[in-house]
Structure formats: structure tokens, C-alpha cells
Design a protein around this ligand. Sequence first.
Ligand code: ADP
Ligand code: MG
Length: 297
Amino acid sequence: MPRFFHRPAAHDIHAPSLELEGVSVAYDGIAALEDVSFSVRQGDQAAVIGPNGAGKSTLFNVIAGIVKPQRGSVRVYGSGPRGHICVGYVPQRNRIDLRFPVSVHDVAMMGRIGKIGLSRWPGRRDKQIVGEALEQVEMQPFASRQIGELSGGQQQRVLLARALAQEAELLLLDEPLGGLDIPSQEAFLRILDRLRGRGITMLIATHDLNQAAEQFPLVMVLNRRLIAFGPPEDVLTTDILSQAYSSQMHVVHTRQGELVIADTCCNGGQPPVPQMLGTEPHDLTARVESQVELANR
Ligand code: ADP
Ligand code: MG
């Protein structure tokens, strides 16, 4: 049955935004998530990192109620994930077809369906909320353009506007920066930054370890199991990263010291992008290097 025929789920404002306990998912008997437990509080912004196939998209599908876990529980504001119109999901870009002839305004208005229902037309308040959502993502000037005519970065911002128009309190953004050029990535990150402090809880899957370290107060490291979850300075250590990336991570000796290079592959058939965790003395590399040094002592 389509989702909007469900009665909206109960919403306990005192419960954590999101709480998973012992969640396991397998596809055809092969584990994609195993015994994943964590909780996030309202307003937390966490990057979810892990190699290709780590279960990041599966995790988001479970939270959005699209995939049912074989074991464990998912609670969004105290109740099961289905029927939560407060969960806004921006799926991985290569998983949605944006060639259909719909305007930017209409895509954002789709976010209102859960609130409007099917029986009435959008009212003044709905239009105002959609206008504000488009403004927040700097896409108001493009409101009457067809979604298919836009660049990847602009489309991504419209999908974010749709989630904002939904008045989502928990946002799941699955690799929103994948395949975008640097200026588009920066524009998107600037928008996320502005949403901080508005009490919207966000999980953002990314394969860019630098971005995770620099842009997000919390980082979740996933590879089928939850390997670590906490502030980047506690989580982005050689030990934890090598548990997550194992064969895909290399420690390279350079004249400046050791560098950790993660060969992560974006979905969508793009080639692996080697990522260096910086070379500045104050950044993570310094910490990673000192840990490598300590380990070698
Ligand atoms: P990530 O987003 O971290 O790349 P996914 O959640 O997409 O990881 O995939 C985790 C594992 O589950 C992979 O091995 C993938 O092939 C598998 N998988 C994901 N979705 C399905 C599905 N619908 N059917 C079968 N296997 C799937
Ligand atoms: Mg994915």
C-alpha cells in the first residue's frame, strides 16, 4: 500500500531522534548489516563512512522503513520507522530517474504529499513552505525549470528542498556529493551548514574521509558492523580505518611521513578515488602518523 495511506506514526519528542538496536539485514542469506546499534539525538549531524558495499544505503533504507531488518529494532522518535513523515530521504543520485518532465517547484511540492494527503490541493501554507525550502537551497530562481534540465548539483539541492518541504526532522542523505564538482560540493555543504542549529538530525553517507573529518561533528564508521561512532578525532584513527577499509587502505611512506590512502569506490561505476588524509601538521595525518609511529615503536 502506498505510504501516504498509513496513519502517521506516533512521535515522542522526548525519545532519541533515532535508535537502532541489534539491527541485522541479509540479502539472499548474505549479511549486509550485522548487529548494528546506535542512537542519535535531535540536531546531531553525522557522516556515515565505509567502503563500497559496507551497508550505508541499506542502513538508510532500514531507517526509512523501505527494508525490514531480519533482526533488531529501529525507532524514530520512539516508534517504528514506517509512517514517519518526519523522515526525509535523499537517495543516492544514480538510483533515481530525474528525466521525467516535472518542474523544480513540483518536485519540492512532492514533499508536501504526506502533510496534504491526496484529497486536497496544496494551499497557501504549502506553497509558502515550498518557496522557503527552495530558497534555503538557493534554487528559488529555478522554480519553473524542468528538473531534468539541471546540473547534478542543482538536482541534488532540489531533492534536499523536497525533504525540507516535508518538514523532515530526520534527514538521510545518501552520498549527496557523489559525482559533483568541487564548487557544487561546496555549495551543498554550505547549505547543510546553514541547516545546522535548526534542530534537524542528519545522517550523510559519504566516501570522502576528509569531508567527514572536517565538516561533521560525528562520524560513523560502518562495514557491515558498526565499527565506531563518535567525534572525528576519536574515530578516524589508523586502527579503526584499517578495520573498515582493510584491503582498500594503504599506509604509504613519503618523505613527509606516512600517509593513509583509502581507495574507496563510489557507486555508479566511477573509478576509485585515492584520498589522502591531508599533509598539514595540524590535521588528521599528523595524528594518524603519530599513531603509526607509536605502533612501530
Ligand atoms: P553501500 O551503500 O555502503 O555501498 P549497500 O547497502 O548498497 O552498501 O550494499 C551492502 C551489500 O548489500 C552489498 O554487498 C550489496 O551488493 C548488497 N545489496 C544491497 N542492496 C541489495 C539488494 N536490493 N539485493 C541484494 N543485495 C543487495
Ligand atoms: Mg550506497
